[in-house]
Design a binder for this molecule. Structure first.
Ligand code: 5GP
Ligand code: ZN
Length: 142
């Protein structure tokens, strides 16, 4: 547990939350300031700041919980779809430094937009640059 982490305090029961799903390693609860009815956060109980900091098994557990929750969340609020996403790192807008997945119900007429809409101008990358980037990522992922 990280002492001044809000989500660790929720896991410890020191801050109340509306829990919707729980395992030994994962907790899911309603977002206190929802972007849509049913907006749910899914977290590892152990404190890890970023997605990539979680051990593999735990990351799988978090994703499995998110996947399991999508249908119940959408049904509960009669949604037409959902945005399933992580803000990963401060630069990406992560405000709580305890990694958490968002499941945000979406509605045909909600006026909100896809994840693509959060990005501004797109980079103009030529084939060589794309090849280099792909090769560098592939090396790092080995
Ligand atoms: P982030 O911007 O870090 O991806 O999202 C943090 C989310 O946590 C926000 O949607 C915010 O509403 C939610 N949040 C912040 N503090 C609390 C809290 O104490 N309880 C709950 N349930 N959600 C919180
Ligand atoms: Zn924490």
């Amino acid at each position: 547990m990280s002492e001044d982490c809000i989500f660790c305090q929720i896991v410890a029961g020191e801050i109340p939350s509306r829990t919707v799903y729980e395992t030994d390693d994962v907790l899911a609860f309603l977002d206190a300031n929802p972007l849509a009815p049913g907006h749910t956060l899914v977290i590892p109980k152990a404190h890890h700041e970023h997605v990539q900091d979680m051990p593999n098994d735990l990351a799988s557990d978090v994703f499995a919980a998110m996947q399991r929750l999508v249908d119940p969340i959408e049904s509960a609020v009669d949604a037409d779809g959902s945005t399933v996403a992580f803000n990963n790192g401060e630069a990406a807008g992560q405000e709580v430094p305890h990694t958490h997945g968002h499941v945000v119900p979406r509605f045909e007429d909600d006026g909100s937009r896809p994840i693509h809409s959060i990005f501004g101008e797109r980079p103009d990358l030529d084939d060589d640059e794309l090849d280099d980037i792909a090769a560098t990522i592939a090396d790092g992922a080995e």
